[in-house]
Write a protein that binds this ligand. Structure first.
Ligand code: FE2
Length: 301
């Protein structure tokens, strides 16, 4: 069986059918990997993977980035449902983290080693809304006018989860969850060349702030203007989830965000994150004033 790859009507994304992610042979995997590089977002409907199968699928792309203190947990729940079945209240930290995900971002850009890819699978979906949306930073860079390209060439921004959560009124102390660390804020170029495809893209999102050489207001405006320009049709795709769907995306060249839904309903996603290649995804870190202290590191653990 050959996978069928149907491009989405946008500059990124394809739906892949006629494939079982739990039992791919070597040649099928090569087709999927090539499609990942071509389309940056791949949607696999109705896979219904077990947790082990999802981890094994993610592991084909690289090492798993461990997001929980327990190293045996290679997949985590992104969920507003508590173990007792009730849903998170608006005052709870985890609720505020979920709401933070509604801003355009790329995963782990605030860690010394940014993520290569992310896998999400839908377990429980709300009766409506709650999509995930992606935006193509390759096409966004290609669409920039020449003056903007010249302006951002050579510019970098710090990335911090403390920063992005504080902007939505969620101030978190060091140690308050994954990402709230003392390793410092990585400084990452606004323009990124993809290590495999060689394509140039914008590397921005809600975690980015404080472009060296610009005053804070100017930096904030430039970063906001870039996201606003970049995350528009035809460069976006929003996926309406069905339980069992699996999506993988390339954090090196797309932004994503969660879309709102009625938070009184449960929404349970299973997430596995693929670590970046240290050769291309490690960035030097600098003191993050919102962290308790600064202990530079190139490791996320
Ligand atoms: Fe995310």
């Amino acid at each position: 069986m050959m996978p069928r790859i149907t491009p989405i009507d946008a500059t990124l994304g394809a739906v892949v059918t006629d494939v079982s992610l739990a039992k791919m042979d070597g040649s099928t995997w090569k087709i999927v990997e090539q499609a990942f590089h071509d389309y940056a977002v791949l949607v696999f409907p109705a896979q219904h993977l077990t947790e082990d199968e999802q981890v094994a699928f993610a592991n084909r792309f690289g090492d798993i980035e461990l997001l929980a203190p327990d190293p045996s947990l290679k997949a985590v729940a992104i969920s507003n449902q508590k173990p007792d079945g009730t849903v998170l209240g608006a005052e709870e930290d985890r609720y505020k983290s979920l709401r933070g995900n509604e801003g355009w971002h790329t995963d782990s850009s605030y860690m010394p080693l940014a993520a290569k890819a992310s896998v999400l699978s839908a377990q429980v979906v709300p009766s409506k809304d709650g999509e995930t949306e992606w935006a193509d930073m390759r096409a966004a860079y290609a669409a920039l006018d020449e003056a903007t390209r010249r302006r951002i060439a050579g510019l970098s921004a710090y990335h911090s989860l403390y920063h992005s959560q504080a902007k939505i009124g969620h101030v978190v102390q060091t140690g308050g969850g994954y990402g709230f660390h003392v390793k410092g804020a990585p400084l990452r170029s606004l323009v990124k060349v993809h290590p495999v495809t060689g394509r140039t893209s914008l590397f921005i999102g809600r975690h980015a702030y404080g472009i060296p050489g610009l005053d804070p207001a100017e930096s904030e405006k430039l970063l906001a203007d870039l996201v606003d320009f970049a995350c528009r049709p035809p460069r976006t795709y929003a996926h309406r989830w069905q339980p069992g769907d699996v999506v993988i995306w390339d954090n090196r060249c797309v932004l994503h965000r969660a879309r709102p839904y009625d938070y009184r309903e449960p929404r349970v996603m299973r997430h596995t994150r693929v670590a970046g290649d240290p050769a291309t995804e490690v960035a030097p870190t600098h003191r993050d004033d919102r962290a308790a202290t600064f202990e530079p590191s190139t490791s996320n653990r």
